[in-house]
Design a protein around this ligand. Structure first.
Ligand SMILES: CC(C)[C@H](C(=O)O)[C@@H](O)C(=O)O
Ligand code: SF4
Length: 460
């Protein structure tokens, strides 16, 4: 029997028709939807007189347009329309979905795992690029376009060409104050934002084994910033423990686990490409430019422009210069949120750097839990008080300032330390300047008023 990767095993199990190298029809086990990319898809079904084929394998939430200050007061007309349309569509088609302001609501890539629907072995799609987040469970999960959303709603299948296989090994053990966000930012800085194009990436290595499920999700989430549509990991005991006891966990859990145990890459499986990154000496990462690959370890000087036209443009947009360092950036805003880094563990870690301290003068700092369950759990532990007493705003869950599709926008020309995944021009607001980093780095920066090395602040 030839050795196989987890990706090969899962792909084979889901092919309904077609041969490798050509488009193949895949069966989809879970289709998650949100208000931005589903309206035309539902309209298409309506026009064709079709229904949703498997409402039981479909699940929706509202996230991008949610106002996080005053959640029921939706001022923006487009936001209001998208939220109302979604609510009407899921009702009409009978799709289970979280309600606006409801107890399970949150960012789409957070609520699927939280509800227990995300499980090893599944194919999971959503009309959203960061769907790869779910790959942390040992699933094939990827973002699709609106016409594909319609196809999946109607047929529960999707045509796809099988990507190549890449293995990325994170070796070593990080220093305290260095997190999985730093691993993935370092990987993208080293190999570039296109390095993953055409590949399904499997993340392995002792550094990944040591991570919690939440930290693993941060890495898979940013596969897309590395250029890959799919990023996944081998499930293990931590994966099973995460799923166990959740509302939609398998009823016969032991049987499910015995199946999941086979869903790992064989030791001698081969890959089209293998990359490694040693995290032993890795320092906290901060991006200086306008794509997620323009990042450096804390303390390194920003690069020379040379012939790099993108660098010149990035420097102009960011109002920074070669030779400067991250601590030179004059921060005006700190955003702790998004599907990359707004889980309970992220907020717990950030709170450690905030407790008993105060946000720097003139700086606005907001914490936006990624989902209602995270918000509630954080409040039960008193994290909200720690942040509020320190001068942070404590918001309602949603995508928030990750992208400004809601009132949460970074003001023009202001530099923002952000725990999100994209630092493109205008992403967080017109002419806003985004610096990607870990929750700990963002929290410490809010207190200091500038980026500082959190390795020096770790107490436990
Ligand atoms: C709005 C949505 C389609 C988009 C995506 O696909 O990623 C958004 O979530 C983002 O992060 O830019
Ligand atoms: S939090 Fe950001 S990256 Fe995640 S789904 Fe929302 S907009 Fe996209």
């Amino acid at each position: 029997m030839t050795a196989k990767t987890i990706f090969d095993k899962l792909w084979e199990q889901h092919v309904v028709a077609g041969n490798e190298g050509e488009p193949q029809l895949l069966y989809i086990d879970l289709h998650v939807i949100h208000e931005v990319t589903s309206p035309q898809a539902f309209q298409g079904l309506r026009d064709a007189g079709r229904r949703v084929r498997r409402v039981d394998l479909t699940y929706g939430t509202l996230d991008h347009n949610v106002p996080t200050k005053d959640i029921f007061n939706i001022q923006d007309l487009i936001s209001k329309k998208q939220i109302d349309t979604f609510t009407k569509n899921v009702k009409e088609f009978g799709v289970p979905a979280e309600t606006h302001g409801g107890k399970g609501q949150g960012i789409v890539h957070m609520v699927a795992p939280e509800s227990g629907r995300t499980q090893p072995g599944k194919t999971i799609v959503c009309g959203d690029s960061h769907t790869a987040t779910n790959g942390a469970f040992g699933a094939i999960a990827f973002g699709i376009g609106t016409s594909e959303v319609e196809h999946v709603l109607a047929t529960q299948t999707l045509w796809q060409v099988k990507p190549k296989r890449m293995k990325i090994e994170f070796i070593g053990h990080p220093q305290k104050g260095v997190y999985s966000k730093d691993f993935i930012l370092a990987l993208i800085a080293k190999y570039g934002v296109d390095a993953g194009v055409g590949y399904a990436v499997e993340y392995t290595g002792e550094a990944v084994d040591d991570l919690s499920m939440e930290e693993r999700m941060t890495i898979c989430n940013m596969s897309i910033e590395f250029g890959a549509k799919i990023g996944l990991m081998n499930p293990d005991e931590k994966t099973y423990d995460y799923v166990k006891g959740r509302d939609y966990a398998p009823k016969d859990f032991d049987k499910a686990v015995s199946n999941w145990k086979n869903l790992v890459s064989d030791p001698d499986a081969t890959y089209d490409k293998v990359l490694t990154l040693d995290v032993n000496q890795l320092k906290p990462m901060v991006t200086w430019g306008t794509n997620p690959g323009m990042g450096l370890e804390f303390g390194e000087t920003f690069p020379e422009i040379k012939d790099n036209i993108n660098y010149e443009r990035a420097y102009n947009y960011m109002d920074l210069k070669p030779g400067q360092v991250a601590s030179d950036i004059e921060l005006g805003y700190v955003f702790i949120g998004s599907c990359t880094n707004a889980r309970l563990g992220d907020l717990q870690e950030a709170a450690k750097f905030v407790k008993g301290k105060h946000v720097a003068d003139g700086l606005t700092a907001i914490v936006v839990p990624g989902s209602r369950p995270v918000k509630t759990a954080a409040e039960t532990e008193g994290l909200d008080k720690i942040f509020i007493e320190a001068g942070f705003e404590w918001r309602e869950p949603g995508c928030s300032a990750c992208l400004g599709m809601n009132p949460d926008q970074i003001p023009e020309y202001v530099h923002c330390a952000s725990t999100s995944n994209r630092n493109f021009e205008g992403r967080q607001g017109h002419n806003a300047r985004t610096h990607l980093c870990s929750p700990a780095m963002a929290a410490a920066a809010a207190i200091a008023g500038k980026f500082v090395d959190v390795r020096n602040l770790v107490t436990d």
